[in-house]
Design a protein around this ligand. Structure first.
Ligand SMILES: *Cc1c(COP(=O)(O)O)cnc(C)c1O
Length: 389
């Protein structure tokens, strides 16, 4: 059976260059980076090399980057850490309805602690309105947190414009850039961002490592108290191999970005166009042009998405409905529902997220097997019989 992976927004494979860079730090180089003796010197240097490589991807200074265990920890650290540090100044946070659960559930938790949260609506393209954002700001607003790119639809938010609004009002701005990092250009200087979260395993690095950019002068209460690691900002002995791997992944992402954008855009367009030509009653979700190059989110009317995914899995194709973190539940995607989609249609939606190793042949294989699968599923739907007649 062919094994075809179209679920890169859930996680990416570790590429060879990353794996090879990590190996020495899983075996010979095991010293604690905090040790001053010979065993720690090499690993200390490896941590700082990794940090510099990730800083190059984001255009920040090494002192502005804290390593975390994941994107989820980075989001928690940024949002809780800022809210706790600024609680004397105000208790209001602005975010959107389409954030990843790592942001949404962190905000929900803070509501229990007495913070007030505004969840901005999105339009049918999954985009927020900057006027809504401005209107939501109050004298008590301390934090705006808006994702860089959506994990389900690939929609890219106007980060620079949001950053300018936040800066003018003296409000801290965090962005969850887990899906954007490595895929599109990120320059924290140019974007007026104060806090930015990324994760290793979404950019061909290993799992269990992430990073949080903290602009110089931004005070956060630590999430994890411990030793003097990360300049007292995040306790815990460094995940050296993870840092080395993520650093290498950042390096490769920067080196190959233009080529990848071109390759992925070509494949994604071929997938969307081909699907529209071969399968009736579908819609491509998300913003027509402000979208990640790799993500195609498609709704199939009169089809149950989970069964469609199982049918694809039987053919060796891995795709997903919504985010990996929401699937397994019977809840419709909060992102698609926020875009005004009915529960039925959102249940019939599939996300194909492409990556480095995908080929034209793989897209064409998908386009070949999809029409009969969808037709067979629809033939069992009484609603479809009605729509056709
Ligand atoms: C995957 C993801 C996260 C969580 O990152 P982990 O490293 O898996 O914890 C957060 N935000 C977005 C947008 C994501 O896609």
């Amino acid at each position: 059976m062919n094994k075809i992976y179209f679920d890169h927004n859930a996680t990416t494979p570790v590429i060879d260059e990353v794996f090879e860079a990590m190996v020495p730090f899983l075996k010979e180089q095991w010293g604690n980076p905090s040790s001053i003796h010979w065993a720690g010197r090499g690993t200390k240097k490896a941590v700082e090399d990794g940090r510099e490589k990730i800083c190059a991807l984001l255009n920040c200074a090494p002192l502005e980057l804290i390593f975390t265990s994941s994107g989820t920890e980075g989001d928690n650290h940024a949002i809780k850490g800022l809210a706790w540090a600024k609680k004397d100044k105000g208790n209001h946070i602005i975010t959107t309805k389409v954030e990843h659960p790592a942001v949404l559930n962190t905000c929900k938790h803070l509501q229990k602690e007495g913070f007030e949260v505004t969840y901005l609506d999105v339009d049918k393209y999954g985009m927020i309105s900057l006027d809504d954002l401005k209107a939501a700001i109050t004298p008590k607003t301390i934090l705006i947190t808006v994702m860089f790119a959506n994990n389900e639809t690939g929609v890219i938010f106007p980060i620079k414009e949001i950053g300018a609004i936040a800066r003018e009002k003296g409000i801290t701005f965090h962005t969850d850039a887990v899906q954007a990092a490595g895929k599109i250009k990120i320059d924290v200087q140019d974007l007026n961002v104060d806090l930015l979260t990324i994760s290793g395993h979404k950019l061909y690095g290993p799992k269990g490592i992430g990073a949080l950019y903290v602009k110089r002068g931004t005070r956060l209460v630590p999430l994890i108290h411990g030793g003097h690691h990360e300049r007292n900002r995040r306790g815990g002995t460094e995940n050296v191999a993870g840092i080395v791997g993520m650093g290498k992944a950042a390096d490769v992402a920067l080196r190959d970005m233009d080529r990848e954008i071109e390759h992925l855009t070509m494949l994604r367009n071929r997938l969307e166009k081909g699907m529209a030509e071969r399968v009736p009653h579908i819609t491509v979700n998300g913003h027509p042009d402000r979208r990640l190059p790799n993500t195609a989110n498609i709704s199939f009317e009169f089809v149950e998405g989970e069964s469609l995914l199982l049918n694809l899995d039987m053919k060796g194709i891995a795709a997903s409905s919504g985010s990996a973190c929401t699937s397994g539940s019977l809840e419709p995607s909060h992102v698609l529902v926020s875009m005004g989609m009915t529960h039925e249609l959102s249940h019939g939606s599939v996300r194909f997220s492409l990556g480095k190793s995908n080929t034209i042949e793989e897209i064409d294989y998908l386009l070949e097997i999809m029409p009969p699968i969808v037709e067979r599923m629809r033939s069992m739907s009484p609603l479809y019989a009605g729509a056709k007649g």
